[in-house]
Design a protein around this ligand. Structure first.
Ligand code: OGA
Ligand code: NI
Length: 363
């Protein structure tokens, strides 16, 4: 088992009211940086476990959202069938024709980039203390305890049932509220299709998971250029804790998903969203729709921004497998009987260590 290191890493000044954190962005921008500090080097190297491009005959599924929301029953049932296959075989798919306007996607990326461009002092005002704080800016995973650092800065906001956002830079809150409104519509329709694809009532997930109070988190990950991308890690292997994650990114690749025993690169498709199953979907589907392991690699050329929107059930929901999906063979194998809030806290309570992946606690 991991032990928690109580010694502050060298670049953190303990004893001050707020820990002084050097962001990955500040580090990347410091002059003459030709190698990474030793506390950023992983032993589970992406170079030792390289990713491949998808095979032509087995590539990441593409779902056309306009067919899923179509009033033509044939088109819709074909889309529901495709959705079932994507969730079962891959646990991840690209979503096209999702209806989120291109200009709004771009504005969201730009506004979040604006947040990371604030001064270190301004950003540090939003350092959360606790994993469930509604606004949390930071670097790595949990910089105060991580034994090895991720080449990544992040901002996480709870955007539902109550919307939270840093008050600066000006305009950020309006842009994010608008984006969340759009992506919430997409999530709702996808969860309807997913319910149906499991042979359940279209409103099954919405009702049983108390989705009117669902806990939704919008995050932004910033991965600056890294002088030794083969040694550093953006995000190690993990699964997401919620039901579904809907990720938007700029045109710089880095996301990789685990499929068929290999790491497969998710090459960005312009304007498409990337959707993946989370742990709560795995539980409710009784293991039929597994939450997919994924990780983010870094590069030495350009800054990558990814913006995952994670929707879960309500904080107090204890997700259980749908009765209709439980038979002798599966027999509630994925039941964990924990409220969603407790599960999130439990899942985020880990400490990164050199050989770490974050997947040990996947259910
Ligand atoms: C995450 C995540 C992937 C990426 O934030 O949970 O998996 O590409 N991000 O940044
Ligand atoms: Ni993730």
């Amino acid at each position: 088992m991991d032990t928690v290191s109580l010694v502050a890493p060298p670049h953190l000044e303990a004893g001050t009211p707020q820990l002084k954190i050097t962001s990955a962005k500040a580090l990347a921008e410091s002059s003459n940086l030709t190698s990474i500090p030793s506390n950023y080097a992983f032993t589970t190297l992406t170079s030792g476990d390289p990713a491949v491009h998808a095979d032509l005959d087995d590539s990441i599924p593409v779902i056309d959202f306009s067919l899923l929301s179509s009033s033509n029953p044939d088109q819709r049932s074909k889309a529901v069938f495709d959705l079932a296959k994507a969730c079962q075989d891959w646990g991840v798919f690209m979503l096209i024709n999702h209806g989120v306007p291109e200009g709004q996607m771009k504005a969201t990326v730009d506004a979040l980039r604006g947040f990371f461009d604030l001064t270190e002092e301004e950003k540090n005002e939003f350092q959360g203390k606790h994993v469930l704080d509604p606004i949390r800016y930071g670097t790595s995973f949990k910089a105060s305890v991580d034994k090895v650092f991720l080449w990544r800065d992040f901002l996480k906001m709870t955007v539902h049932p109550k919307f939270h956002c840093p008050p600066k830079p000006e305009g950020l809150s309006k842009v994010l509220a608008e984006y969340c409104g759009e992506v919430q519509k997409v999530a709702r329709e996808l969860l309807k299709g997913i319910s149906e694809s499991l042979g359940l009532e279209p409103g099954y997930i919405h009702k049983t998971m108390d989705m009117d109070s669902s806990l939704q988190i919008l995050a932004a990950n910033l991965y600056p250029p890294c002088p030794q991308p083969e040694l550093a890690m953006g995000l190690p292997s993990h699964s997401d804790y919620g039901l579904l994650t809907i990720l938007m990114q700029n045109d710089i690749g880095g996301l990789q998903v685990h499929h068929g025993g290999k790491w497969v690169k998710v090459d960005p498709i312009p304007n498409a969203l990337v959707v993946n199953n989370g742990d709560q979907l795995e539980i409710m589907s009784n293991g039929r729709y597994k939450s997919v392991l994924h990780r983010a690699a870094v590069n030495n050329k350009a800054t990558r921004i990814s913006i995952p929107f994670n929707t879960g059930p309500s904080s107090d929901t204890v997700v259980v497998p749908a009765e209709q999906l439980v038979d002798g063979e599966h027999n509630q194998a994925t039941n964990i009987l924990m409220t969603y809030k407790d599960y999130m806290e439990f899942k985020q309570s880990r400490v990164l260590d050199k050989g770490s992946s974050l997947n040990q606690v996947k259910i």
